[in-house]
Every structure is written in structure tokens, then in C-alpha cells.
Design a binder for this molecule. Structure first.
Ligand code: MN
Length: 149
């Protein structure tokens, strides 16, 4: 895993976002950040492989079963980003306000190159969620019922 793209896109003298390193520990946390960038979206991030695997979800994480929302995979973020909220200044990458919409821990139920299934234990998001890749960067994110595993 690498944070090269994350680091390349940001000027850490100008943004309050953390620089961060690839972590050696995994606390299996997740966060959803509401990001008031040029287009409002929600960033869904899972702590996996020493980084936060990240998706931008234009319509937000669906809380009802059977509703699929597009989730566009974006660059890996450092695990330190899990607590980030604040204002990314004008002119900087992703400029705008970032709020923590939900956070918690997860259990990884399944991971293949094309799908990730997690049990989320957040304040707002609880239950089994699936990310399903259908194009190189485009995934569907949806809630599903708990299956025996
Ligand atoms: Mn974002």
C-alpha cells in the first residue's frame, strides 16, 4: 500500500489534513466524512492494509436495504485521517468543509478483488454493507441483511 497519490495531491503547509504514514497496525475502524467540496459527497473509508481504503459516495451511504449507491474509489488515505474534520482551504485539493458523519468499527466478512463485505458498528451505520466493483474505479455500495458466516 502506498500514500503516494494522497501526498502528491496535497500541500501540507496549506491544508490542515494529516500527512500520515502507512500504519503497521489495523484497528478495523471506519469513518464516513461529509465533504462539502465543489460537489457535496460523503467519503466512506475502511481501515485496511495500513491505510484507509476510500470511496466518494455522491448520494451518501444508503441506510435502507436494497438501495445501491455509486461509490467512486479514490486514493488511499492515511489512517490518521479517520479523525479529520475541518476546513480544507480554498485552492487546495478537495477545498471545503469536512464533517464526521459517522464512525465506528467493522468486522471484515469477505474481501475479494471485486467485493468487500463488512459488518459496520457505527452510531448511524449498523449492519452488513457490501461494496461491489463493476468498473475499475466504480463500485456499488449497499446494505444487505446479515447472512450466516
Ligand atoms: Mn472527499
Amino acid at each position: 500500500m502506498s500514500l503516494a497519490i494522497y501526498h502528491k495531491r496535497r500541500k501540507f503547509t496549506k491544508t490542515p489534513e494529516p500527512k500520515g504514514l502507512v500504519a503497521s497496525k489495523n484497528k478495523k475502524r471506519f469513518v464516513v466524512q461529509e465533504h462539502h467540496a465543489s460537489h457535496l459527497h460523503w467519503d466512506f473509508r475502511l481501515e485496511l492494509e495500513g491505510v484507509l481504503k476510500s470511496w466518494a459516495v455522491p448520494k451518501g451511504v444508503p441506510t435502507k436495504e436494497g438501495v445501491k449507491h455509486l461509490a467512486v474509489q479514490v486514493e488511499d488515505h492515511p489512517v490518521e485521517y479517520i479523525n479529520f474534520h475541518g476546513i480544507i482551504p480554498k485552492g487546495q485539493y478537495g477545498a471545503g468543509k469536512v464533517l464526521i458523519w459517522d464512525k465506528g468499527t467493522f468486522k471484515l466478512l469477505e474481501q475479494t478483488p471485486k467485493s468487500i463485505k463488512v459488518l459496520l458498528r457505527g452510531k448511524k451505520l449498523k449492519g452488513v454493507f457490501v461494496l461491489f466493483k463493476f468498473q475499475p474505479q466504480n463500485w456499488f455500495l449497499f446494505k444487505t441483511s446479515l447472512t450466516a458466516r
